[in-house]
Design a protein around this ligand. Sequence first.
Ligand code: GLU
Length: 395
Amino acid sequence: MTHPLSDRINSLPASATLAMAAKARELRAEGKDIIGLSLGEPDFNTPDFIKDAAIEAINQNYNSYTPVDGYLELKEAICTKFKRDNDLEYKPSQIVVSTGAKQSIANVMQVLLNPGDEVLLPCPYWVSYSAIATLCEAKSVEIPSSIETNFKITPAQLEAAITPKTKLILFNSPNNPSGVIYSKEEYEALAEVLKKHPQVYIMSDEIYEHINYDAKPFSLAAIDSLYDRTITVNGLAKAFAMTGWRIGYIGAPEWIAKACTKMQGQITSGTNCIAQRAAITAVLAPISKIQYMVDEFKTRRGIIIDLLREIDGFKVNVPDGAFYVFPDVTAFFGKTIQGITIKNASDFALFLLEKANVATVTGDAFGAPDCIRISYAASELQIREAIKRIATALS
Ligand code: GLU
C-alpha cells in the first residue's frame, strides 16, 4: 500500500551512512556478529572534563528554553576558538549554534537556495549535502575526482563547473569520506577562480578539523576575498567524542546568521541547554586535552592501510585526517565471488556485509562509485578482525 506522503519525502534518499548502521544493528539483534565500520562515530567516551561541565549545568538548573542562536557565552567561546584555531574574526552576532553540524548545513542551504539553483559538490562529498540540496529543490552538480588525483578537484574543473545558476559550493576538509585535506595553496588556487564569480557562496565544513595527522587544515574563510561569502561550519561531535550531544555551529556573514536563526526558530528553536553549557568548556579547552584520541586514530590509520594493502584489489590512498579510508575497489567489479556477482561498489559493500559480516558504506552515496568507505573509529582489535574477515571472504 502506498501512503499519501509528500513528493518531497518520497524523492529523498535515506542517509546511506545511517541506513548501513541501522542494518548492522538489525543483523546484530538477529544474533549475527557484525563489525560496524560504517558509521563515523568515535568509539571514545566524552572526556570527563566535558561531562563534569554538563553535570554542573544540570545541578545549576539550566533547564529553560535557550536563545535560538545559542547562549551568548557559547557564541563568545566559539569566536575565541575561531580566532585561536583558524585565524578568523567573528562576532557573536555571526554565530549560530544548532542541533549538530547537519542542522547547521541544512539551515544554510535552506536560507540561501531557491529552486533551480545549482550547488557544486566536489567529489567525494558527505552523503547529506546532495540530499539537503534536493530538499531545497536545488540541483546538485558533482565535480568528479578519483584516487588518481588524491580525491581533489582542480581550479580548471571548478571554473568549468560554474554557471550563472551556481549559488553555493561545499568544501569539506578534512574530507568525509576520503580523509583528504586541501592545503592552503590548493585552496588559494581554487579561491582565484571563486574570486571571479561573486554570486557563488561557499560552505566550508570543518567538522574534522582537529582530526588531522600531518598538517593543520586551512579555513577557507581566512582568504580575505572569500570571507564575506563563506560560511564556516564546525561542531563538537568528532573531535570531542560528542556525537549524541548534537552541537554544531556556523560562523557566517551576519545576514546569513540572522536568516539561519529565523529558520531554526520555526523548526527546532535553540539547541539543548545542558549540551550547550558543556560545549562552552569543550570549545575553550586546549587541543592537547583531546590529542590522545587523535594519536590513537593515527595509529589505527597506519594499521588499516597496511592491512588493506595486503589484499589484492584494494587501492588505498593515505588519508590526511578524519577517520575513514576510501579504497578504490573497481578491481572487484565484474567478478563473482562466493556466488555473488559484484557489479559495483554497492554490491561490494553488501558482499562484505553478507560474507564477511563487516559493515561499510558504498562510495555511490558520496558521489564516488568506484570506492567504499571504511571507518576506523573502532578498536584496533575490531579493525584487525574486520580486515581479516574481508581478506578471507575474498580469497
Ligand atoms: N557524519 C557521520 C558519518 O558520515 C555520521 C552519520 C551521519 O550523520 O551521516 O558517518
